[in-house]
Design a binder for this molecule. Structure first.
Ligand code: GRF
Length: 223
């Protein structure tokens, strides 16, 4: 694998995860280079972030295409022209066709703001709150043909508090997304990820028994 790894980032919105990846590259925590940022909407703030870092941007408006395959083929053409190795979905609000997934097999990552396989789909922070879970978090996974069901690379866990709102929980999760996504990409860049069936094996990982979490904590008195 050539280093740094060439990335293509797909966005639809504010692009804070894109920003975290840009920052990690600049701070040399991530051995990658973003070749292109593609958005399906021209008003995505992530495009502004990319341009500030002199990253080439493209807007490919899905409304101008009659089929998902035709849309995805346009994305594929741009990504391949830039010799992108790894595709990063960072708040890209479009489902990808089997054509796209097969073209970049095990080379597409997505981040989801819940602990998959719980709460796939949309509005998942709301669903986690309504369900009364004690923990939520985020999941970085490889993308397969089923939505939010690809092999899991990394998860970060946050507690859910009784007075949480959708906004407060989303903010707590988003902060961890910004740490987890560059980390997952760097594991790929280091050649440490192997997909075996449903599982992603990470080479050279220490086993830490102390990572156990319990919420409410065993010692819950204040002070
Ligand atoms: C994040 O919550 C991510 O998990 C989800 O879409 C949101 C994108 O946020 N897939 P941003 O555009 O990176 O700020």
């Amino acid at each position: 694998m050539a280093r740094p790894v060439p990335l293509g980032v797909l966005i639809s919105g504010s692009g804070t995860n894109l920003q975290a990846i840009l920052d990690a590259i600049e701070e040399k925590r991530l051995d990658a280079v973003i070749r292109v940022v593609i958005s399906n909407t021209e008003d995505a703030y992530g495009l502004v972030r990319a341009r500030k870092h002199h990253i080439p941007t493209e807007v490919v408006d899905h409304r101008k295409f009659t089929t998902r395959e035709a849309y995805d083929q346009t994305l594929i053409d741009i990504l391949q022209a830039q010799q992108v190795e790894l595709v990063i979905l960072a708040g890209f609000m479009r489902l990808l066709s089997p054509l796209f997934v097969r073209t970049f097999s095990n080379r597409i990552m997505n981040i989801h703001p819940a602990l998959l396989p719980a709460f796939p789909g949309l509005h998942v922070q709301r669903k986690a709150l309504d369900h009364g879970v004690r923990f939520s978090g985020c999941t970085v996974h490889f993308v397969n043909e089923e939505c939010d069901q690809g092999p899991i690379i990394i998860q970060a866990v946050v507690p859910v508090f009784p007075d949480d709102t959708e906004e407060s929980l989303s903010a707590r999760i988003l902060k961890e997304e910004h740490r987890a996504y560059p980390r997952a990409i760097q594991l790929y860049c280091e050649g440490r990820l192997r997909v075996v069936g449903r599982k992603v094996l990470v080479d050279g990982l220490a086993k830490e028994e102390s990572q156990v979490l319990i919420h409410p904590p065993l010692k819950d008195e204040e002070g």
